[in-house]
Design a protein around this ligand. Structure first.
Ligand code: UDP
Length: 472
């Protein structure tokens, strides 16, 4: 089996894990990648797997000499064009045809090449079942077309739960072109099936709905982050952490010194950029809440004329960081943090998140309730799953879908940040109920990937099907 991830960030991370999961269950897995620089992001974990005799390798596709690599020190964005890889991929597949290739939907050109060679193509789009169902039903029935305003709530038709959204929470393509499958959607229709980083027990009604009502062939195979079993895998996942070894040890021993479930972990994923004014609101809200925190600040939004993204620290309120350090209240991490390591620490008791699907699943897997702050992609749908279906989170109050690189003018105020942190971290009955529910799901997540579990069986089912097709 070949695995062809998109470059960097929230799509590449789970796809590497997926390849590792398949190889751990006996498939000979080859990860196709763009450049040696990109391979560096995950090479160590693959080497560790190889030293355990797992059948997994990395293959760097050779770019034509004059080609500009789509890779860069940063993650690619969803619109990055990777079609420079068309000929290298075609050549490699022709010379070394696999039983199947799992591709990321963001390689928009790749379906034609693979189908043209008659190779089985399995699609990975990074989302869970619930959001796929919501998105399909909005596309099919266009419930948002007749509304008086963008802030008027509507019910998502036909799905098993009562889910309300507003037009302002939909991505522009869902707002404007109901019912028309895009190129990505069409490519998926012709695929052999889809692998989904989720597990049956998390969203059973939506796994069924996706398969039977929407008629998709799908294998739930997650949570794939659980294949990162040792600390090295967890620390290096995605890319090397921005914190150096000593700071990481300090951070972990700071966590060790805290009461169980007393620290909020805050992160908005690999891509999102919040404007400085929003960061200021978060800082004040955290300070007022009087709870402990680890805040991964990530990238900062700047207008073009304001210079490079993320190299300005002037947004931090006067003395904030020093006060927080002195009071042992909180730590700021600038750049990349080892997220699963943090979430799994017993002191972390809440995750303020943009509801990216990986982060959502990682919070579930760690049994940590969430403070939901969706920004773009399908994150507003994930928020509804977390708060309205699973009951493991509280909404911060984010109302508007905006592209990851657009300027957000409407801010979530400090009082909302403080209120939501107090609600989830304050130890009341509601918080305890959410924590209990999150823990129960974490237990189910672990069982799903163990031998005999639902996702383990999902992986096995795809491998077996490919084997039986080979015999014929
Ligand atoms: N991540 C991480 N450290 C960071 C930021 C992100 O390890 O500082 C990982 C996180 O654990 C998750 C992925 O990057 O696996 C982000 O994916 P998600 O779907 O949550 O959001 P996206 O980045 O796609 O918006």
């Amino acid at each position: 089996m070949y695995f062809f991830p998109f470059i960097g960030g929230g799509h590449q991370i789970p796809m590497i894990d997926i390849a590792r999961v398949f190889s751990s269950q006996g498939a000979k897995a080859t990860i196709l990648t763009t450049t040696p620089a990109n391979a560096l992001r995950f090479r160590s974990s693959i080497r560790r797997d190889q030293s355990l005799n797992l059948p997994i390798t990395i293959r760097v596709l050779n770019l034509p000499n004059d080609a500009v690599s789509p890779d860069s020190p940063m993650s690619a964005t969803p619109s990055t064009d990777t079609s420079v890889l068309r000929e290298p991929l075609k050549l490699f597949l022709t010379q070394n045809p696999p039983d199947c290739i799992v591709i990321d939907v963001f390689h928009r050109w790749a379906a034609d090449v693979i189908d043209g060679l008659n190779i089985k193509r399995v699609v990975f789009n990074g989302n869970g079942f619930f959001s796929r169902c919501v998105s399909e039903c909005i596309g099919r029935y266009a419930p948002h077309e007749q509304l008086g305003s963008d802030s008027e709530p509507f019910l998502v038709p036909q799905i098993p739960d009562r889910i309300e959204l507003t037009r302002s929470q939909l991505p522009p393509f869902a707002r404007n072109k109901p019912g028309l499958p895009d190129k990505v959607g069409k490519a998926e229709e012709k695929a052999f099936g889809v692998v989904v980083n989720s597990f049956y027990e998390l969203e059973p009604k939506y796994v069924e709905y996706f398969k039977t009502v929407l008629g998709k062939k799908a294998w739930p195979v997650g949570p794939v982050s659980l294949c990162n079993r040792n600390n090295a895998d967890k620390t290096e996942r995605g890319q090397a952490a921005s914190v150096d070894g000593q700071s990481l040890r300090n951070c972990l021993s700071w966590l060790d010194s805290k009461e169980p479930n007393s620290v909020v972990y805050i992160s908005f994923g690999s891509l999102a950029r919040l404007p400085p004014a929003q960061l200021v609101e978060i800082a004040h809200g955290l300070e007022a809440s009087a709870h402990n925190f680890i805040w991964v600040v990530g990238k900062i939004f700047r207008r073009a004329q304001e210079g490079r993204v993320g190299d300005d620290e002037n947004w931090v309120p006067q003395g904030f960081e020093e006060r927080m350090m002195e009071m042992k209240r909180g730590i700021l991490i600038r750049g990349w943090a080892p997220q699963i390591l943090m979430l799994e620490h017993g002191a972390v008791g809440g995750f303020m998140s943009h509801c990216g699907w990986n982060s959502t699943l990682e919070s579930v897997t760690a049994g940590v309730p969430m403070m939901t702050w969706p920004l773009s992609a399908e994150q507003f749908y994930n928020e509804k799953l977390i708060t309205d279906v699973l009951g493991i989170g509280v909404q911060v109050g984010s109302k508007e879908w905006l592209s990851w690189n657009a300027e957000r003018e409407e801010l979530v105020g400090r009082e909302k940040v403080e209120a939501v942190v107090s609600r989830v971290m304050g130890g009341g009955e509601e918080a305890e109920e959410m924590r209990k529910q999150a823990r129960a799901l974490a237990e189910k997540a672990r069982r799903a990937v163990e031998e005999g579990g639902s996702s383990y069986e999902g992986v096995d089912a795809l491998i077996s099907e490919l084997k039986s097709l080979r015999k014929n």
